[in-house]
Design a protein. Sequence first.
Lengths: 324, 250
Amino acid sequence: MSHMKKEMIKFLLFTAAVIITPLFFSGGYLMNVLVFVGINTMLAIALNLLLGFAGQISLGHAAFFGLGSYISGVLTATHGFDPWLAMLIAAIATFLMAFLLGFPILKLKGHYLAMATLGFGIIVYISLNETVGLTGGPSGLSGIPNLQISSLLFDNDVKNFYLIWTFALVTILLSTNLANSRIGRALRAIHDSEIAARVMGVNASFLKVQIFALSALISAVAGSLYAHTMTFISPASFGFNFSVELVTMVVIGGLGSIYGSLLGAALLTLLPEFLRTFQDYDIIVYGLLLIVMTMFMPGGLVRGIPGLFGALLPKRMEGGGENA
Amino acid sequence: MLDVKNITKIFGGLTALDDVSFSIRKREITGIIGPNGAGKTTLFNIITGIYTQSAGTIYFNNKNITGYPPEKLAGLGLVRTFQNIELFGQMSVQENVMVGLHTRSRSGIISCAFKLPGHVKEERDVRGKALHWLEFCGLSDFSGLEAANLPFGKGRMLEIARALALQPDIILMDEPAAGLNNRETNHLADIIRKIRDSGVTVVLVEHDMELIMDICDSIVVLDLGKKLAEGTPRQIQENPAVIAAYLGSD
């Protein structure tokens, strides 16, 4: 069976699983958490395109998420725009901003790029806090309307679940296609040897900017969805901590793996909920888990779990690409 | 087809290349040789757009390519391999060659993400061509292997296969025989001849004199950043200045 057929089957199975999930957890608290898993999946995949494929770090991705959220929020809550139009504007504006920012910033490498993106994240965070007249400042922005398709208003857990996961599934599908294509290969080539990629004709500096802007666009759409689902946003959700959490999702899930990002996002969103039983010690258990996982599964969950079974099962020969 | 004119490169206070000029003829194998520190690799890096020269011009098919970055040169059909193998280690052997076909395909981000019909056809095409070049270099059995796991000699071949996939007019190889055993070197010599016979111009920087004298149509000798001699292997072997540079003069 060809690689792409396997990808397609995996995607269809997962889609089926998503469709039936609300039948089991209908209306519960968990439903709400699963909405966040969907949003975080989009964000993790967006960052993974940049970090896992092109090998370029960003410690400021929460800023693009925040920009998408606030552009959408302010346009609808303050200026009465249609939410879908606001989402479109948020996506395009964030894309253009990232595109312009990408040209100077992506000339930097390694730690310097990390510092520059970190700086950008902090600038956005402070701006959201300080422009009180526009954003409502630290006390947040409320009254953001829900999204609506004719008479269908996305105003409860189950409806939001299907809304968010439709976007998440589209993100998974398009990113998987991209990963297994000419562009995906060029990105991974840049990751492994930028100079060799350039010698092969890959315009590395421009492709990096393109993927940075695409990553920002997906993050902004996730941000807009978040704003219209929550109807209330505040800058605290878009700070440095969340940028780091996104990097953790990508690394724990598996760099360069789309479904790894899904796993990472699910784990890091669900885990704190389950760790509630440890009460004040949850942060210690959380930290320990992350340390243990990075030590024993450096390739991320998506490679680590099959690795555990691999010791027991005969090794399977793999051909072609392996972007799970 | 490749004309190097008055190239000078100064690193800080050190003159690595001093007014070097020569021409490389189409469909020939040209060797660039010289003792360590002669400036061979520096010259290579300038021709292939990795360094910028302090002075001088380079013409490729009568086009001034001075200052062109590597990706632009690739589009014109000029490609190179590296002395320290630069493979895409986490990608499969076949995928490495598919990256070599980057300039021979067009699909952009949108076409790839939405799997537009043109892209699907192109992808099939690229996959097939990659297999052809793997076969050309004797790597068919390794196509699914992760490139980082290839034995050293095969890695060298993969670099060549990847460069050929670009269907270049000229391929520059930086010490392709370094680290190869005799059998592998002989295979390399066969491949290089096959490449020339298919109409591609080949330039080699190499220390293996036996290989150079065996396969080159012409040779350029550098010493201490200057061109010492230029000619056929026989002329070079008989040139007193070259003999002096290699063996030391009295």
